[in-house]
Design a protein around this ligand. Structure first.
Ligand code: HEC
Ligand code: HEC
Ligand code: HEC
Ligand code: HEC
Ligand code: HEC
Ligand code: HEC
Length: 432
């Protein structure tokens, strides 16, 4: 029986083909990771593909302004370019308040895909975010890599099936002939299905590996989809008092922290009490009779500011408070599930993250809308991409002082530690 199995080389070939198949599968997966996905994962927290500033500049037209070579080295390590005295690099660094853009964990091919997406953000599906005026010419769209890969993948499977079938026919024929010649009764498989099962039985490890690869490949896509459930990105409810961030934080430039003061030192950011409003609205009483826009409709200042007075049971004539104040029922917009721990102070104070990175340009919104998806993927992707702001942070200074130079070099690749590396991917950090 041993002699017979040795003769049939199909199991070795089968191994080779399973290997090729899983390799192709990985290729397919990495190809489907297109520029848009890469941009969203690595850059969107700080850049738009339009002209709008987020943390960094809007990237519309950047490929015309800068050479490909410049962009590649900038994206991989902008700090190095600034240090080397590159004129453009230093200028943009100065313009953006000397914030170092962290080195991005992307390779050359991925950078090309991202730049391609920046050039044509409206190819395929409509891109989220502002449409660049005059941009997004669909006729110049590059062919999609994805579809080609699907064909290659399909062809590989077809080839595999044909090969198994042919090898199987010859193999069975050989085994039967040998058995006959040696005067033994043939006991092996006789059909394609039986021999396939025999091969699988003899190659359990590889079959398991392939099943796992296929399963998780599919599962990850499924999970990607499932995580979209219950996502309220863009949620933009009207509020009982038509309070406009555009007027207060935008036009009047009131600092976010004036009203959301607890963001810097506590877990929640909180909504200010009406007493905070009264610091100004005792005097600004809306008697000017002006109107303003909120969610595309016109409202009277007098009426909206009167609502503050009503809730506080405040009499504008006598300037006294009554005994029947009632709370305003602000509609909560951002809402993480109860099993998630999130702290504003950790991000705003220790992590030095700007409100706008997570909430978008609130100072341009009359009605606040949820800007980020608030999914686990969103948290984790930022933790993977963002460097911990170690500089001038007493806690880290002390830690660094205690490290040996060798260890420092080892943990601080490119002089950068990401949030992931300090434990930002540990389940228990975010889940109760
Ligand atoms: C943590 C925030 C952050 C992330 C993430 C980030 N950038 Fe930047 N980027 C900046 C800032 C800030 C600047 C402005 C220059 C400076 O301050 O050093 C900048 C500048 C740039 C510039 C130069 C623009 C110009 O006008 O010359 C390019 C190009 C760029 N980023 C591309 C990218 C790409 C591509 C990614 C994703 C792979 C990315 N950035 C991720 C913050 C970020
Ligand atoms: C004058 C006070 C004031 C200022 C200044 C202010 N806010 Fe607000 N903010 C409020 C009030 C009141 C609400 C609740 C009503 C609403 O959602 O519009 C609110 C709601 C929010 C929400 C939504 C909260 C939720 O329900 O999930 C976010 C996010 C927010 N503010 C961010 C900011 C940012 C960022 C800035 C600075 C650019 C800022 N705010 C400046 C008073 C203020
Ligand atoms: C630092 C001063 C300041 C604070 C604090 C402040 N406001 Fe105002 N508010 C203004 C100014 C200035 C205007 C614009 C008045 C004008 O244009 O005549 C205004 C306008 C308004 C208006 C009419 C326009 C709009 O934005 O809808 C409402 C309603 C209003 N405020 C509500 C509030 C509420 C509610 C709070 C507390 C959460 C608050 N304000 C806190 C200064 C303030
Ligand atoms: C790293 C991302 C991130 C940054 C930076 C950030 N926030 Fe938030 N913010 C969130 C998340 C996530 C929630 C939802 C929290 C929840 O539901 O428990 C939230 C909720 C809020 C709320 C609703 C009330 C609350 O605390 O749940 C307000 C108001 C708010 N943020 C304002 C701000 C302001 C102002 C800043 C800047 C000083 C800021 N945020 C910075 C992510 C962020
Ligand atoms: C814009 C980028 C960004 C986003 C989005 C973000 N984080 Fe963070 N997070 C950071 C930074 C930066 C730090 C490091 C703060 C420090 O220096 O301690 C951090 C730290 C943390 C820590 C502490 C980790 C540790 O090892 O001590 C927790 C917990 C955390 N984040 C939870 C969340 C959750 C939950 C979300 C999503 C709802 C989220 N973060 C979204 C940037 C982000
Ligand atoms: C940086 C913060 C962070 C880390 C680290 C993290 N999670 Fe989450 N996780 C979240 C947030 C935020 C949500 C809520 C997502 C939503 O509501 O869409 C979530 C949701 C979940 C859910 C529920 C799925 C759902 O759709 O609501 C499970 C299960 C989960 N996480 C498991 C894990 C496991 C296991 C780990 C460790 C491998 C982990 N998480 C690490 C932030 C985190």
């Amino acid at each position: 029986m041993n002699k017979i199995t040795n003769l049939t080389k199909e199991s070795t070939l089968f191994k080779v083909f399973l290997f090729c198949l899983s390799f192709l599968f990985f290729q397919f997966n990495s190809y489907s990771q297109d520029g848009k996905k890469l941009f969203k994962a690595n850059c969107a927290a700080c850049h738009s593909v339009g002209a709008n500033k987020v943390v960094g500049p809007g990237l519309q037209g950047v490929t015309e302004k800068r050479s490909a070579e410049w962009l590649h080295s900038w994206i991989k390590n902008s700090g190095e370019m600034i240090a080397s005295g590159d004129g453009d690099a230093v200028a943009i660094f100065e313009e953006y308040g000397k914030v170092i853009m962290p080195p991005q964990p992307v390779d050359d091919a991925q950078i090309d895909a991202i730049l391609e997406y920046i050039n044509n953000p409206n190819d395929g599906e409509t891109a989220a975010g502002p449409t660049p005026p005059g941009g997004g010419d669909l006729t110049t769209a590059a062919p999609e890599d994805n579809s080609t890969m699907i064909y290659v993948f399909g062809a590989a499977i077809l080839l595999l099936v044909i090969l198994i079938f042919t090898l199987n026919r010859t193999g069975l024929f050989l085994r039967e002939t040998i058995a006959k010649n040696e005067g033994e009764e043939y006991k092996g498989p006789t059909t394609l299905w039986e021999s396939l099962r025999e091969v699988m039985r003899n190659n359990k490890g590889i079959v398991a590996a392939v099943v796992i690869v296929l399963f998780f490949g599919g599962l990850l896509d499924l999970m990607d989809g499932a995580f979209e459930i219950g996502v309220h990105q863009g949620y933009k409810p009207e509020q009982p008092i038509k309070f406009s961030h555009k007027i207060h934080a935008g036009d009047d430039k009131i600092d976010c922290n004036y009203c959301h003061s607890s963001a810097r030192h506590s877990k929640t950011s909180g909504i200010p009490s009406l007493n905070v409003c009264m610091n100004c609205h005792k005097h600004i009483d809306g008697s000017s009779g002006k109107t303003f826009m909120y969610n595309g409709k016109q409202y009277s200042m007098t009426e909206e500011i009167q609502k503050i007075y009503d809730h506080l049971d405040y009499d504008r004539e006598t300037q006294t408070y009554g005994d029947n104040p009632t709370p305003v029922q602000w509609v909560k917009i951002h809402n993480l599930p109860d099993h998630v721990f999130f702290s504003h102070a950790q991000h705003v104070t220790a992590g030095k993250q700007k409100c706008q990175t997570c909430h978008g340009p609130v100072e341009e919104m009359d009605v606040v809308a949820q800007d980020a998806p608030l999914t686990m993927k969103w948290c984790i992707e930022c933790h993977n991409a963002t460097a911990v702001a170690t500089e001038g942070n007493g806690y880290y200074d002390e830690m660094h002082a205690r490290m040996t130079p060798e260890f420092k070099e080892q943990v601080m690749e490119d002089g950068v530690i990401t949030v992931k590396e300090i434990g930002g991917w540990e389940c228990a950090k975010c889940h109760y």
